[in-house]
Structure formats: C-alpha cells, structure tokens
Ligand binder design. Structure first.
Ligand code: FER
Length: 612
C-alpha cells in the first residue's frame, strides 16, 4: 500500500503538470462554449429588447446610477455584441495629471455582475511593486448596498492590471474572473464578480470604478466614476450605485463555466507533495478534463455543477504530510466571524501622560478591548493581554475606533471568544505618536507608563505595576503590530523579553540595523536578534515569534529574507507551526497586500497560538 502511494505520487505530479498545460489553453476554447450556448439557446439573450433607461452625458441614469442590462458576455478580451446593450459611463472625477481616459459598462446575469473597462492610455506600465501604482482598474463592490464604512462580508475591493494580474484587497479571489487585452491605444478589461445573493430587475448594488494611471513606477493619476475623495478603499459609503435592469420574462443566463474554472484553478495551485492523499483531488480534477467539460460545446451546466461538487468533496478529504504540517498556513477569516456577535466586548478609552524628548510630558490616549463578560468587580478572574500597534500614519483609534464602535477586528475577536476558539483576552491599542514619538523608543513608554496604567486598572496576571510583578506575568502578555507597528514589535522583542513572552510582527521587518535591514542586512539582523536572546538567558521554549505577511505586501521583500535568515539560527529560532515543537513561524498569504483587512486575518490565525 505504501509503495503504491509513493509511486502514485510520482504520477500525480506529472498529471498535474499535464493538467496545467491543458488548462492553459482553456480560456480560448471556453469562449467557444459560452458563445455557442448563447447562440443555440433562445432566451439566453433577452427575447425582446428591454426599454432603455435614459442616461446623461456621463452614462448615468436620472438618479446618478450606472445601469446594468441583463446579458452574459464571454470573458476573452473581445468586446461581445451583448455589451452594446449597456450605456458607456465616463468617470466624472479625474485627477489633473491623469493622461488616460476610460469608459465603463456593466451587465448582469443570474450568477454574476460583469464590468467592461475600455481604457485609452498610450503609456502603460506595471513596473511599480504596489499594485495600485500600476496601470490598472480598481473595482469596489458593496453587494448588499449597506454603505458600511468598514468592509463587510458582502464587500469587495479588487484590482486588475492591463496584463490581467489580479490583486484582492477585500473579498475572495475565487469569486473573480478577468480578461485583459492590450490594444493599440490602451487596454480592455472584462471582469466578472460571482454574486452571493440572487440578482433581479430593480436591485441596486454599491459600486465604484477607478482607473489607476501609471507612468513608470509612479501613479500619476486616478479616474473615478463616483468617488471624488480617493477614500473608497476605506469606506464603502463612498461608492455609487449600479441598478440592474432589462431581464425579460424567461430570459436565461449564458453557461457558467467560471465557478468550475475557478475551483479547478485554485485546486491546481495545491502542491501535491504536501498531502498524504493528493490523488483524491487530482483524480477529481482529471475528470473535468477526461469529460472535456471545459472544451466540449455540448457540456451542460448540470455536468459542470456535478464536477464542481466532486472536487469540493475531494479537497475536504486532503490530509497534510508531517513535513507540510510543520508549516503555518494562512486561513481566511470565515464570513460569519465578520458579522456582529451576540456576545460583544466593549472598547474603553484611557488617557495618560508620557515623557517627550523635550523634558516635558504629552497627553496621550489608548483604547482597550474588554471581552464580553468582563466584570470590573471580579478580581479573581485574570485575563491574558495583547498590546497591538498600528502602522505608520495611523493612530490608537485605527484598530478599534473608540468606545461604542465595532470595527472588523472587534467583531472577529468577539466571535472567536464566543465560539471558544480562544480564551477571553484584553487587547490594548496604544500609539507610537506623541511621547518620544519613535518606534525605537516606544518600549520605554510601554514599560514605564502603558503597562502600569492598564494592568492596575484591569484584571491581568500582573499582581502590581512593579517591574518584578510585570516580569513575573510575562507568559500572559503579547505584543504585536502592523508595518511600523511591526518595526515597533521587533524593538519590543529586543528590549522587553522580560515582560513579553509572545510577539506578533505583521508585515514589517526589524529596523534595528537600519530601515529595511530585514532585507539589506538579513543575516546580521537575524544574528542581532539571536544574540539578544542568548544574552537574556531565555531559552527557545521561553518565547514565541509569530510572523506574517502577504505575497503582494510591500513589506514581503523586507520580512521574507529576515525570516529566512532567522530560520538558519536553529539554536534560537525553531521553526514550526506546532508550538510544542518550535517557537517561530511565518504565515504568508497568497494574495495579501499591505492592509489591515489582511492583517486582521493573520491575527485571527495567530491568536489561538498565544498564551498556550
Ligand atoms: C516594512 C516595515 C515598515 C515596510 C514598511 C514599513 C514596506 C512602514 C512604513 C511606513 O509606515 O511608512 O518592512 O515595508
């Protein structure tokens, strides 16, 4: 049995390669399938031309909304005839230095919303590392049109550049299909968003569309349909609307091979050597090709749906090998954890004074998350505590807002606690600004001012604010942060090992040997950190470093070399996802960008490993 599995694994790898090759040719043939289906089936196109909604010179209706007509275009870079039903919308908000122009159109069917962008731009570039600085379209989507400031489970924020590279800041990439085509005077993008809820005539969806106009490595301008503030990435209330119309009685959608295609695509990305039983999945994927489902013009929706279910089932049965299980994998926050819990915690704001560099003191504030059920009068119940630092240019209110607010991370914490994923804990969000105003010096204020303030007021494991009592409770204290907050976390690690057992540096390298030294002096930085531990006398089992970032995060090139160098120093940093075996891991999400909605997910992944 063992032998057979091994042999099979070898063939599996080859099969995957073959499957990938076949798959590479799919999009072209795909076009044939859907187009053929659309022609053969009466009713795929609206049987009678629906009454046209009249639009203004920008292509918006009398209420200032985009209008989407019913129809299923094929995503292949060619502008199908069905697009001619849709009015072309011109962006109203164009920044002064933009050299591009663009029009957008929208269509919908029973499964998806489609956006066409035709961009005129002679000077195309994807040279910038940050995806929003590349020549690209940015799409913001609020499916239930509730205009919440924070992105909810229904909201999306994605980007497609003219080379068809997709980056997702919010939402699930598996709901998106795109095609891009460079043309003589610019580029054409078609984007499909699979809808979560059933669309119908008259339904309104929140949407914002933006073109990023790049020149070399810079973004020189933006073109927006609705938003004039540039704040849509941070507030779905800034979006405009698209209204769905034009579905006549009995009109049917075109064939939907996209869901199956996306599932096959994501399944092919799995590394078969990571699993004890990869063949269950490769068999299921091979069936799609054996049945020629993505090429056969006679393939039916029912066949595709059956294969979709079979692959899902197979994936759920995968088992990691021991070696693969040593890696810590990114797991997305489940949708239901982004909704309001019935057992909400509370946010309190505290003020304090902290010494500045002019021999004076500054008035400062921080926020405290108290878990549901926290009782100020019950001194017997003790809580673990996490200090969490914002990124550059942000402040103490970025993560939780203030009292009465319920931002993304608060909902996640509430749900994790309510579901028993983690013990109730206290989370403190201070700011590095004010006081000595320096990430490298924040540890002084942290130990002298912040810890004493917070841990005498709330029921933590510190018996008092004396340094000895703070040290004695280090196993119940963690520090983490994002970007500059991650830089601060590395400094805290260097200076405060006595006070904190757990560290969570997220999307930021250590600057102890200079800005960006995690990349330029990776080995030296790793050695420095290791020496700190050795001098402290703490052993690998006495501290934990849980790092994370995303492959599309601008900090990835800084953090990755540092982590790799640290991995080599096995007498200090023992790499494992198993906290019984090691003290150090590094989560890398595939699509993660330098943004809190990713960072909140890393926190979700790491929290169960704290205070074990
Ligand atoms: C990094 C560490 C910190 C990084 C960025 C920062 C891009 C912060 C920058 C800022 O806040 O200005 O590795 O990578």
């Amino acid at each position: 049995m063992k032998k057979r599995t091994k042999l099979f694994m070898k063939t599996t790898v080859t099969m995957l390669a073959v499957v990938s090759m076949v798959f590479a040719s799919v999009p072209g043939s795909m076009a044939g399938v859907s187009a053929a289906a659309a022609k053969d089936k009466p009713g795929v196109k609206p049987s009678s031309e629906p009454a046209k909604v009249s639009v203004d010179k920008n292509g918006l209706d009398s209420k200032g909304r985009m209008v989407a007509y019913f129809g299923s275009p094929v995503l292949d870079g060619n502008i199908d005839k069905v697009w001619s039903n849709a009015p072309a919308v011109s962006p109203k908000n164009v920044s002064s230095k933009a050299e591009a122009s663009a029009t957008f159109k929208a269509l919908w069917d029973d499964h998806a919303l489609y956006i066409l962008a035709v961009v005129k731009d002679k000077n195309l570039s994807v040279k910038a590392t940050a995806p929003y600085m590349q020549d690209s379209m940015e799409l913001f989507f609020d499916e239930n049109h509730d205009k919440t400031q924070d992105y909810g489970t229904d909201d999306m924020h994605i980007r497609v550049n003219y080379e068809n590279a997709l980056s997702v800041d919010n939402g699930n990439a598996e709901r998106i299909n795109t095609s891009a085509k460079k043309v003589q005077d610019g580029y054409v993008l078609e984007t499909r968003i699979a809808l979560k809820t059933k669309p119908e005539n008259g339904k309104m969806l929140g949407i914002e569309l933006q073109i990023n106009d790049a020149k070399e490595t810079e973004r020189v301008g933006t073109l927006n349909v609705f938003d004039s503030t540039g704040g849509a990435w941070n507030d779905t209330g800034k979006f405009g609307e698209v209204v769905l119309t034009g579905k006549t009685k009995g009109a049917e959608s075109g064939l939907n091979p996209y869901d199956l295609m996306n599932l096959v695509k994501s399944t092919l990305k799995l590394d078969p050597t990571m699993y004890k039983n990869a063949s269950v999945v490769t068999d299921a994927v091979m069936n799609v090709f054996n049945e020629n489902l993505l090429n056969d013009k006679k393939a039916t929706q029912a066949q595709m749906d059956a294969q979709y279910a079979a692959i899902k089932e197979a994936v759920s049965k995968l088992e990691l090998t021991e070696e693969a299980a040593n890696e810590k994998y990114f797991k997305a926050v489940p949708d239901q954890y982004r909704t309001e819990s019935t057992k909400p915690g509370t946010i309190e704001s505290l003020t304090y004074k902290a010494p500045n560099l002019k021999n004076g003191t500054d008035d400062k504030k921080l926020n405290v998350y108290l878990p549901y059920g926290y009782d100020p009068s019950d001194a017997n119940k003790k809580y673990n505590i996490l200090y969490l630092m914002h990124g550059g240019g942000e402040n103490e209110n970025l993560i939780f807002g203030g009292p009465g607010q319920s931002k993304e991370l608060k909902k996640i914490l509430d749900n994790m606690i309510a579901n028993g994923d983690i013990e109730p804990l206290i989370v403190v969000t201070p700011t590095v600004y004010g006081g000595k105003n320096d990430a490298a010096l924040f540890h002084e204020e942290l130990i002298n001012n912040v810890l004493p303030l917070v841990e005498t007021k709330y029921h933590t494991y510190a018996k008092s604010a004396s340094l000895d009592d703070l040290k004695a409770s280090r196993a119940h204290r963690a520090f983490g942060g994002f970007s500059m907050g991650s830089v601060t976390t590395w400094y805290t690690f260097i200076h405060c090992l006595d006070y904190f057992k757990y560290y969570m540096p997220l999307s930021g390298d250590s600057w102890v040997l200079g800005q960006g030294a995690g990349s330029t002096k990776a080995k030296e930085t790793a050695k420095y950190l290791s020496d700190v531990v050795k001098k402290s006398g703490y052993k690998p089992q006495d501290f934990y470093l849980f790092c994370a970032t995303g492959r599309l995060d601008i900090a990835y090139p800084n953090l990755k070399p540092q982590v790799d160098a640290m991995k080599q120093l096995t007498d200090t940093f023992i790499y494992s996802s198993d906290t019984k075996k090691g003290n150090f891991y590094f989560i890398v999400s595939d699509g993660g960008t330098h943004a809190w909605n990713w960072v909140n997910q890393y926190i979700y992944d790491i929290l169960p490993d704290l205070f074990k």
